[in-house]
Design a binder for this molecule. Structure first.
Ligand code: NAP
Length: 231
């Protein structure tokens, strides 16, 4: 197994993906924005002292990607999972949207994933798997939108999907797969206690999708159970 880099790993799906990839034998570069608060990640490092490397990164910092790339110092990245994300404020109905709230969410969910990918491209080029996955959401699917509302979060993931499509085309000649992944509605801080599935169920499904999908699946959008989702 090779090297994986995952953003937003102190809790939720990022922490779950980190555990699963370590169990599979990957060396994991796990970023989180506040190491002091990442207690579970620190505990995990005791079990995998040589395989888990924790980096403190706020993905919206202007030099976030460059700082990660400098830290990696030419090390290959086989698998890059853009996981860090925010849902934004509770009120996202028509009439309640503000520019400040919207731009904050776009910086994390849309701008940072592409900028960090740009900075890491040389590391990914050196990897054997050459896969980039972006944690998107079914609520970003225009075809699936029957409920309306949720302007801020929906649009951030819809635009991220467009980034995935363009990047899949631009990186095809370098044989890098670029895929959007919906984790399901998961019981995390973001998904809430009433969500449909556990972190384990989501992460096990996503790990299987990540292992199976390759260049011929690049530029597509998949559910955690492997079914394709319409854009
Ligand atoms: N849960 C669901 O049902 C669901 C459904 C569809 C898609 N997703 C997507 O799945 C991904 C993970 O979601 P989750 O449910 O695990 O959410 P979560 O429990 O709220 O965790 C989000 C992670 O992102 C990190 N993060 C947020 N802003 C950051 C920043 N500026 N810099 C660095 N890290 C930052 C958080 O760090 P802090 O703790 O420091 O804030 C946390 O580690 C997100 O992209 C989300 O949109 C989730």
């Amino acid at each position: 197994m090779g090297n994986a880099l995952i953003t937003g790993t102190n809790k939720g799906l990022g922490l779950g993906l980190t555990k699963t990839l370590l169990d599979k034998g990957y060396k994991v570069f796990a970023t989180c924005r506040n190491i002091v608060k990442a207690k579970e990640l620190e505990e995990l490092r005791k079990r995998f002292p040589d395989k888990l490397i924790i980096l403190q990164v706020d993905v919206v910092e202007p030099n976030a990607g460059e700082n990660i790339s400098n830290f990696l110092n030419g090390e290959p990245i086989d698998l890059f999972l853009n996981n860090a994300g925010v849902i934004g404020p509770g009120t996202q109905r028509f009439g309640g949207v503000t520019s400040t709230d919207w731009l904050e969410v776009l910086k994390v969910n849309l701008v940072a994933p592409l900028l960090i990918s740009q900075s890491l491209i040389k590391n990914i080029d050196k990897g054997l798997e050459k896969k980039i996955f972006f944690l998107s959401s079914k609520v970003g699917s225009i075809a699936d939108n029957t409920g309306g509302g949720m302007y801020i979060y929906r649009s951030s993931k819809t635009a991220l999907n467009q980034v995935v499509k363009s990047l899949s085309i631009d990186l095809l000649s370098r044989r890098i797969s670029v895929i959007a992944l919906h984790p399901g509605w998961v019981r995390t801080d973001m998904g809430g206690p009433n969500a449909l599935i556990s972190i384990e169920e989501s992460v096990n499904g996503m790990a299987s999708v990540i292992a199976k999908k390759n260049l011929e699946d690049s530029g597509k959008f998949f559910n955690y159970d492997g079914k394709e989702i319409p854009w």
